[in-house]
Design a protein around this ligand. Structure first.
Ligand SMILES: [Zn+2]
Length: 241
């Protein structure tokens, strides 16, 4: 569950070892390259070069780039083609402010809506997060940790809010990938297990306070500064991947 990202086709749903279409595999490799900071914001993703690197047609590369653009990982620019999205510090702060507005306000609804099955679903998801944290696959780990937040909205069942949150999570995931400190991962299964405790106790106020603190912690663990642009050699970025 919770796999339906904004691309709707699960291209980003790349768990290690799952057989995938070439497009899904390339999507995942580009996502990993961004999460591992081999591809930096503003880096140009040239169709011909990527086609050569991955041994597929330009059509396939174009379809991957469109999926990445839908997930706001890539920006399509009229004269320059696709570039890795470059969320500014201002945008990053706006995304976190929006998350606080929605996710903290949702606390009473979560507590009201979470039955035993929902709590089980959340606890099952924690297992996936642990797997992600041990996988050394930062893109998979980021996806699993962000999915926990979307899952909370899914429990409430307001589809408008779920839609908002999916977009915010896609953007938040990219912001985290770009601006995180290498040694810190505050959106972790530990923090999420703590949130589940408040849900089990039916403590809406406690959940709201813990969520606010969690989101503040994630944001304060990022190193937000505006970066310049650097030329990127796509062949060396994907060498051996
Ligand atoms: Zn989190």
């Amino acid at each position: 569950m919770g796999k339906a990202r904004t691309n709707g086709r699960g291209l980003g749903a790349a768990a290690a070892g799952t057989p995938q279409s070439p497009e899904a595999e390339i999507y995942h490799k580009i996502h990993v390259a961004i999460a591992e900071h081999r591809l930096l914001p503003g880096a140009r993703l040239v169709e011909d070069q990527l086609g050569e690197v991955f041994g597929v047609s330009r059509m396939r590369i174009r379809s991957v780039l469109h999926s990445l653009a839908r997930d706001k990982v890539v920006t399509l620019q009229r004269n320059r083609g696709a570039v890795v999205a470059h969320p500014t510090v201002k945008e990053a702060k706006e995304v976190f402010a929006a998350r606080r507005l929605i996710e903290v306000a949702m606390a009473p609804d979560i507590v009201r809506a979470a039955d035993d099955a929902a709590v089980r679903r959340l606890k099952d998801h924690i297992k996936k997060e642990k797997k992600g944290e041990h996988s050394h696959d930062r893109a998979f780990e980021l996806k699993a940790s962000h999915e926990f937040h979307t899952l909370l909205a899914e429990i409430v069942g307001n589809r408008v809010v779920v839609g908002f949150l999916r977009e915010l999570m896609a953007r938040s995931s990219l912001i985290t990938a770009i601006y995180e400190r290498p040694d810190v991962s505050s959106c972790s299964h530990l923090a999420h297990s703590n949130l589940i405790k408040f849900i089990e106790r039916r403590d809406a106020e406690g959940l709201a306070a813990a969520m606010l603190q969690h989101l503040h912690q994630i944001e304060s663990d990022l190193v937000l500064f505006d970066r310049g642009e650097q030329p990127t050699d796509l062949k060396s970025v994907f060498a051996g991947s």
